[in-house]
Design a protein around this ligand. Structure first.
Ligand SMILES: NC(=O)c1ccc[n+]([C@@H]2O[C@H](COP(=O)([O-])OP(=O)(O)OC[C@H]3O[C@@H](n4cnc5c(N)ncnc54)[C@H](O)[C@@H]3O)[C@@H](O)[C@H]2O)c1
Length: 353
């Protein structure tokens, strides 16, 4: 057995519990060990580590100074992603960070270059492309099951955050709206499957600027709370992606891919156990079916998957499936979509190798 892979969490808020719950549930822990957590709000790291193990570090500096630590998993708010990742990489730690990779394409590129130059592994959420069903779609596409893919349609109707998130007002501001917050889910899948995007056009707006928080207090939103984007991939595939924090309830959580010889539908694009159906040739009938049609949207996400993929990638000396380079392509694309939606122009995306 190789030595344990020890990671710490930076940011002991809402999502940290999901990550660590799922890490704890794993039957085979593969020698992956939680070393501890840090959070600037007093008591949060103590509460998290009391439940899940490891130590409460006094600060991110203390995390970075721990010589026995292999990696840092960054679960802080988006404006902190790039600065914390940079700090961890400069201290020689591998990094998994929540989406989006950074607050600008330049900052994202700096991180990717820093990791590459230091021989460290940098992985970026979302990791839903690691899901069983999502991996199956990727294999089917690569194997030509649909002929040549020509069109993809994806819906990310994520609901108004103030329906459930106590800090919704701040979340809208910090996350820059659903395009940056949840747009990376469909975009990561599509870019993983079809390669980089060449250009985008989009429309969108702030459709519900005046909102009421869970505490009953009104607040204002000025980010784009709905975007409909059209993407042209370098591979020739066209896609339409809709992303929303407007809906109260929605059945729009899935995606479809249409090729020259078949169509594929995934009932919920985020779920590892979503239902997948395929129609072949000239038939309208969904003749192949697999997955769980009863699973609710966003159920079935294994929140430990990114941590385990990071550890395996480091051990196997390979890039993680959810690499920071993919995160950078996603970041380029969301910024281009935002510019297209605000300007009404068609925006080209710079290629990088
Ligand atoms: N909540 C969700 O459903 C969800 C789902 C997927 C991804 N995410 C992503 O996870 C990240 C965290 O979201 P959340 O909902 O847990 O937010 P949260 O506000 O509940 O928790 C974030 C925590 O990070 C801490 N923090 C702030 N600055 C820090 C720093 N410099 N170093 C260490 N910790 C710091 C905060 O004190 C807070 O405890 C965000 O990027 C978000 O987009 C959230």
């Amino acid at each position: 057995m190789s030595r344990p892979f020890r990671f710490a969490v930076a940011g002991a808020g809402a999502i940290a519990g999901f990550y660590l719950d799922y890490c704890q549930r794993r039957a085979d822990k593969e020698g992956i060990v939680l070393a501890g957590a840090c959070d600037p709000v007093p008591g949060r790291a103590d509460t998290l580590t009391a439940k899940y193990g490891g130590r409460a570090y006094a600060s991110m500096e203390a995390v970075c100074a721990d010589p026995d630590l292999d990696a840092v998993v960054i679960l802080a708010p988006p404006p902190q992603h790039a600065p914390l990742a940079k700090q961890a990489l400069q201290a020689g730690k591998h990094v998994l960070l929540e989406k989006p990779l950074a607050q600008s394409v330049d900052d994202g590129r700096t991180l990717v270059n820093l990791a590459a130059g230091s021989g460290l592994t940098l992985a970026c959420s979302p990791f839903i492309l690691l899901g069983d069903r999502q991996q199956r779609v990727k294999k089917l596409l690569a194997g030509g099951a649909l002929g040549r893919p020509v069109l993809a349609v994806a819906d990310q109707f994520h609901g108004a955050l103030e329906m459930w998130h106590a800090g919704a007002a701040q979340f809208y501001r910090d996350s820059r709206g659903p395009l940056f917050d949840v747009g990376p889910y469909p975009l990561s899948l599509l870019i993983d499957w079809f390669g980089p995007v060449a250009s985008v056009s989009a429309s969108g707006g702030t459709l519900i600027p005046d909102r009421i928080g869970l505490d009953g207090k009104p607040f204002r939103v000025d980010v784009l709370d709905f975007v409909s984007a059209h993407l042209r991939f370098r591979s020739g595939v066209l896609a339409r992606v809709d992303i929303s924090n407007v809906d109260r309830g929605s059945n729009l959580h899935g995606l479809e891919i249409h090729g020259t010889a078949g169509s594929l539908s995934l009932s919920r694009l985020m779920d590892f156990n979503a239902e997948m159906t395929i129609a072949h040739g000239n038939s309208h009938d969904w003749v192949e079916r697999e997955g769980d049609p009863s699973a609710k949207p966003a159920n079935g996400v294994d929140w430990s998957a990114g941590v385990y993929e990071l550890a395996r990638a480091v051990r196997e000396r390979r890039a993680p499936a959810n690499s920071a380079s993919l995160g950078l392509r996603v970041l380029q694309t969301v910024f281009a979509i935002e510019e297209a939606a605000r300007s009404g122009k068609h925006i080209a995306i710079e290629a990088f190798s």
